[in-house]
Design a protein around this ligand. Structure first.
Ligand code: 13P
Length: 281
């Protein structure tokens, strides 16, 4: 069933585990992720970036695809269909009107006051439709969709100000993680992470999950992270398997065989991530 993220994230915060957010790119990825998470009986958040949404046709097409997969595959776990880094009220509204159960409004490129104004507009609309909202404070840099940005870390004060003025449901504070692969060891600010968690009742989100060593993921969860976003790592895992298949089978032309040759690698990496996150239903 498609649900919003409220209950599963609050439960994760209370019991100190993390819910995985996996970005989807097409029907096959959505299917593999749903099948594996259902087999392991854990909730999952399917993240859809604006560019992935355009690639797949739009929010209505994605809602229809995910909803249909849940029905046809008898998926019984809670599934959150979530916009990743929605850049405007209009984008978030489009996704909500199409049936998405959760949105991230990322107005972190603006000054805090403007971030608050845009985020509040999204929350006011989303909450009338029972849709949950994630926001970002500070700015998470790195490379995403081939665009490279620099990071600015969040402060406890800015996190509290944004929360108190918007009533968001979860918060992604920028604390040293970046999108894409890391150059060197990730340097996460666990002290501020713990402080924000102790002072905010809503769950915290860690973006840029790819490449963070296991011990730092465990520490982030212990410091109060309840949702971890993974994108690049699954792309790398799937591509490696598909490249190997094509090298071994240069005559292959059936798209189902080519795309499907990454299925097992993707599913086994998903299982490892879920075991690391200690995700529960
Ligand atoms: P990675 O691509 O680094 O895993 O980050 C994903 C992410 O944070 C999506 O919002």
């Amino acid at each position: 069933m498609i649900v919003n993220s409220k209950e599963i994230l609050l439960k994760a915060k209370e019991n100190k585990y993390a819910i995985p957010h996996f970005n989807i790119n097409n029907l096959e990825w959505a299917k593999y992720i749903l099948e594996k998470c259902n087999e392991l009986n854990v909730p999952v958040i399917l993240g859809v970036s604006e560019s992935a949404s355009k690639y797949m046709g739009g929010f209505n097409a994605i809602y229809g695809m995910v909803n249909g997969l849940i029905e046809d595959l008898n998926i019984t776990i809670p599934v959150v269909l979530h916009v990743d880094h929605g850049s405007s009220f209009e984008t978030c509204k489009k996704a909500i009107d199409a049936g998405f159960s959760s949105v991230m409004i990322d107005a972190s490129r603006h000054e805090l006051s403007e971030n608050i104004r845009i985020t509040k507009e999204v929350v006011d609309y989303a909450h009338t439709k029972n849709v949950t909202v994630e926001a970002e404070v500070g700015h998470i840099g790195g490379t995403e969709d081939n665009i490279t940005n620099t990071s600015t870390n969040a402060t406890l004060e800015d996190c509290l100000t944004l929360y108190e003025n918007t009533n968001i449901d979860s918060l992604a504070p920028a604390l040293g993680s970046v999108h894409g692969f890391y150059k060197g060891e990730p340097n996460l600010d666990f002290v501020t992470m713990k402080q924000i968690n102790e002072n905010l009742e809503i769950p915290l989100v860690l973006h840029g999950g790819t490449g963070i060593p296991n011990d730092k993921i465990e520490k982030a969860i212990a410091c109060g992270i309840s949702k971890i976003n993974i994108n690049t790592e699954l792309q790398a895992t799937w591509s490696k398997a598909v490249k190997e298949f094509l090298q071994a089978n240069p005559q292959a032309i059936d798209p189902r065989k080519i795309i499907g040759s990454g299925e097992e690698a993707l599913k086994s990496r998903i299982a490892e991530i879920i075991s690391l996150f200690k995700t529960k239903i």
